[in-house]
Write a protein that binds this ligand. Structure first.
Ligand SMILES: [Zn+2]
Length: 69
């Protein structure tokens, strides 16, 4: 059994300058852990997006959304 989870937020606040960005730079799959679930082992597959900050002077430029476990 394999579950793909993803954050549903359309954008994310940049941790460097706190401005909102909805420009997705890229995304990748992460496999945090396989968790026991009612006797079945579920492999959790998480799509994590990297956003591009729109602020030209921002020190971060790009950042990854924080997905709660
Ligand atoms: Zn920024």
């Amino acid at each position: 059994m394999r579950t793909e989870a993803r954050s549903t937020a359309s954008g994310w606040a940049c941790p460097g300058c706190e401005s909102w960005s909805s420009r997705v730079h890229s995304s990748y799959l992460r496999f945090p852990a396989d968790m026991p679930s009612g006797g079945l082992r579920v492999l959790l597959c998480l799509r994590v997006r990297r956003f591009a900050c729109r602020v030209a002077l921002c020190p971060r430029r790009t950042f990854v959304e924080q997905v709660p476990d």
